[in-house]
Design a protein around this ligand. Structure first.
Ligand SMILES: CC(C)(COP(=O)(O)OP(=O)(O)OC[C@H]1O[C@@H](n2cnc3c(N)ncnc32)[C@H](O)[C@@H]1OP(=O)(O)O)[C@@H](O)C(=O)NCCC(=O)NCCS
Length: 153
């Protein structure tokens, strides 16, 4: 479902636990205010009052959409929440006649790459050193980003 503004604080916490460059609640609010951006969130069935366990942030243009960020709380992983949020995004984009969904993912992120492949995404390119900018260690390994694409037509 669409994330409610009162959830942005919890979603910002969740985001900062998984990504080195976290997004604050006000940044999420700014994103949600853009007509091209959708923030989906998911709670566990029967737990409407606790904080969302997952989010999926999508940016949409006329013909193409992009996953900006997706994460599931560590405690609730492997329960199908990631797939559910991706399928909901795909359903909405197909209803809007968007032709393709693209994303960038760390090539070493086995869980995410496997989830995207399960949905039918194909690797269409890679960007060596893409994730180096966040590292404070100049000698740190530079992870390659895969560019993945799903045809929605
Ligand atoms: C990637 C992520 C969103 C998956 O969420 P999830 O709710 O645990 O995933 P699901 O339960 O829907 O699993 C869907 C499929 O993904 C794959 N998958 C998920 N976790 C996996 C793991 N630890 N190892 C291997 N494959 C995995 C499997 O193919 C799985 O299907 P299966 O359970 O039938 O085998 C979650 O691991 C996460 O939040 N990771 C940290 C943030 C992140 O990396 N985001 C992606 C950035 S591009």
């Amino acid at each position: 479902m669409d994330a409610a503004p009162e959830d942005y604080g919890a979603l910002a916490d969740l985001h900062s636990r998984h990504f080195s460059r976290g997004w604050s609640a006000s940044e999420l609010e700014g994103l949600a205010a853009q007509s091209t951006v959708t923030i989906l969130s998911a709670r566990l069935v029967g737990k409407p009052k606790i904080a969302p366990a997952a989010f999926n942030i999508i940016r949409q243009t006329d013909s193409e959409a992009e996953i900006l960020s997706i994460a599931v709380d560590t405690t609730y992983r492997r329960n199908g929440l990631g797939l559910r949020l991706m399928r909901e995004a795909i359903r909405r984009l197909q209803a809007d006649r968007v032709e393709a969904l693209v994303l960038e993912v760390d090539a070493t992120n086995v869980a995410a790459v496997s989830m995207y492949e399960k949905l039918g995404f194909e690797t269409v390119g890679n960007r060596p050193g893409y994730y180096a900018a966040d590292s404070k260690d100049p000698n740190a390994n530079r992870a390659t980003a895969l560019v993945m694409r799903l045809d929605l037509t």
